[in-house]
Design a protein around this ligand. Sequence first.
Ligand SMILES: Nc1nc2c(ncn2[C@@H]2O[C@H](COP(=O)(O)OP(=O)(O)OP(=O)(O)O)[C@@H](O)[C@H]2O)c(=O)[nH]1
Ligand SMILES: [K+]
Ligand SMILES: [Mg+2]
Length: 345
Amino acid sequence: MGILEKISEIEKEIARTQKNKATEYHLGLLKAKLAKYRAQLLEPSKSASSKGEGFDVMKSGDARVALIGFPSVGKSTFLSLMTSTASEAASYEFTTLTCIPGVIEYKGANIQLLDLPGIIEGAAQGKGRGRQVIAVARTADVVIMMLDATKGEVQRSLLEKELESVGIRLNKHKPNIYFKPKKGGGISFNSTVTLTQCSEKLVQLILHEYKIFNAEVLFREDCSPDEFIDVIVGNRVYMPCLYVYNKIDQISMEEVDRLARKPNSVVISCGMKLNLDYLLEMLWEYLALTCIYTKKRGQRPDFTDAIILRKGASVETHTPGDIFRGLGQSRLRAPAPSTVRSGWG
Ligand SMILES: Nc1nc2c(ncn2[C@@H]2O[C@H](COP(=O)(O)OP(=O)(O)OP(=O)(O)O)[C@@H](O)[C@H]2O)c(=O)[nH]1
Ligand SMILES: [K+]
Ligand SMILES: [Mg+2]
């Protein structure tokens, strides 16, 4: 049996297994198996066809945003509107075949926006250019999932499933579980909170499935078996995702209102240039960028040129060298500051 068949067998078994106390170990094991096969599936194949021709775009600017969506939802139209790059848009599907980068300039930051080919169900298994598209998505700081407001919600759940299956976790934080494989001593299991979804026995079963017999496990949060598996497997990407419903010029006001109220969602029309400013504001929030304006001694701060800090980065001292070291991956465009001032937080 090929890996794809094994995966589909396990998925079917999970679907037909009722979720209750008596089946929780069985389900936990199935999920561990599923995660293992999916990981095998994702191991880079050496064949030339899976190489990302036209997909290796250099990272540039302060942050990277990837446009993910079904064909013809308006990704290229959006890129052409928001950046000075033109990406061909047309009414037929799969107009875009490679990765097209553009730059959004906003509040002194350069945000790299990547237009990508449309993806469809089965993308993670290599349908269309799905694999390459998803590989690019993994490198982004934020994903914009663009949806056609005239189409049903099924597009959204299908894409979520695709991204989920390759270890991309949308709008979720890393599970707060301490996990450390050891050389000996068996499995030590502890938790600081009451666990309602996992037990010591289930954790052991899952670990054994991964041939781990010695480890320290500490749950600091009431996590599910899936979240625990994520921690063991590692290599997961936790990414903010903004759901953008485009083409609202084609639907009723009631429908616009309904979509706009969904969590993490923004409604727009590229065609009629509706709500694009608000989308940028939201994007900025999701990027959680901090601007630092530089000021030379005795001069006014220069508000046209900011240093951009990622969420979690910090400025530790006021000497230029240290500030630059403290920034890690962030790219700098400003001169060495003598004093710093925090802007957006
Ligand atoms: N009515 C309406 N049509 C739009 C809007 N935005 C884009 N379109 C149209 O939708 C069609 C597809 O747009 P594209 O930008 O090519 O879509 P895409 O997602 O890049 O498509 P692929 O590259 O094929 O995946 C084009 O005919 C656009 O003119 C919108 O806000 N309203
Ligand atoms: K298109
Ligand atoms: Mg396109």
